[in-house]
Design a protein around this ligand. Structure first.
Ligand SMILES: C[S@@+](CC[C@H](N)C(=O)[O-])C[C@H]1O[C@@H](n2cnc3c(N)ncnc32)[C@H](O)[C@@H]1O
Length: 215
């Protein structure tokens, strides 16, 4: 059956990539076709970092887990440049970059393939009129669940208490995951991200969601 997801833009591009970064990106970009992914990555353990920002966590996870492939999704071009720099400096071989909206690639990712997903400090879209732009909602979580292996994990963080409450409601509404609140030090190989460093520390919340096909 044809899968569809509403694409409400939750980011804005403000710059362009330098020529040298464009060439580098060609080396690491993921080809958004089912056939290419089937041949190239779906035999491996696949992780996803959605909205990687400057790529601190993506790089740390790739270095700490050499036997996985991590696909980093991020439309913010300066962030892509930062991750490319980390990849080259650390000679990282297991990162692929999707330089656009996660919703455009997730539909082409095979079902039951994702082992771990990070969504760290997603944009909170605080004004009520903008809430619909929030990435975490029941519709997106249901789609994500279809792509997860049984017992696969999604790690989500925020420092906005109101968004945290919203997340809890949407996780419960989607009824695809069980979830617990965890501490940052329970996230293996986690590297504090740029937004974590800027966050209101006492308010930072991490959720660990587990997908269980039996639910
Ligand atoms: C608040 S920043 C957090 C960045 C990083 N995770 C961190 O903790 O520093 C949210 C990021 O999500 C990205 N983003 C927003 N909507 C997205 C989408 N639909 N697909 C992929 N990335 C998205 C934005 O470009 C932005 O860089």
């Amino acid at each position: 059956m044809h899968e569809e997801i509403r694409i409400i833009k939750s980011f804005a591009r403000r710059s362009t990539l330098k020529e040298s970064d464009k060439e580098l990106l060609d080396k690491y970009v993921v080809n958004n076709s089912k056939e290419w992914m089937e041949k190239t990555i779906f035999q491996k353990r696949v992780w996803l970092d959605i909205g990687f920002g400057s790529g601190e966590n993506t790089a740390a996870q790739a270095i700490g887990n050499q036997d996985i492939i991590i696909i980093g999704c991020e439309p913010y071009l300066k962030g892509i440049s930062s991750l490319l720099k980390k990849i080259e400096q650390n000679n990282i071989k297991n990162i692929l970059i999707w330089p656009d909206d996660v919703k455009k690639i997730i539909i082409n990712i095979a079902d039951c393939i994702l082992e771990k997903v990070f969504i760290l400090f997603p944009d909170p879209w605080q004004k009520r009129a903008h809430n619909k732009r929030r990435l975490i909602n029941a519709e997106f979580l249901k789609l994500l669940a279809k792509k997860m292996i049984s017992k696969g994990e999604v790690i989500i963080s925020t420092d906005y208490p109101e968004y945290a409450k919203w997340m809890q409601k949407e996780i419960e509404k989607s009824s695809a995951f069980t979830y617990t609140k965890i501490n940052e030090n329970e996230v293996e190989n986690y590297a504090e991200t740029k937004y974590h460093k800027k966050a209101i520390k006492e308010q930072v919340i991490f959720f660990k969601l587990i997908y269980d096909c039996q639910i």
